[in-house]
Design a protein around this ligand. Structure first.
Ligand SMILES: [Zn+2]
Length: 53
């Protein structure tokens, strides 16, 4: 079973971002308010911690 929510394009979106304040499932936003194609480094690291713990 590999079903994913269509709005989630990055696995790290499953956690909230402590850097820009985005909630679960929401994309990261840059300093100018633009939607980021990726995620913040902090969020990616937090996701890895959640996944491995
Ligand atoms: Zn972010």
């Amino acid at each position: 079973m590999t079903y994913r929510e269509p709005t989630i394009h990055h696995p790290a979106l499953m956690v909230a971002c402590s850097e820009c304040g985005s909630v679960r499932g929401a994309a990261c936003y840059g300093k100018a308010g633009q939607r980021m194609t990726g995620v913040h480094k902090e969020r990616a690291e937090f996701y890895q911690e959640q996944k491995t713990s």
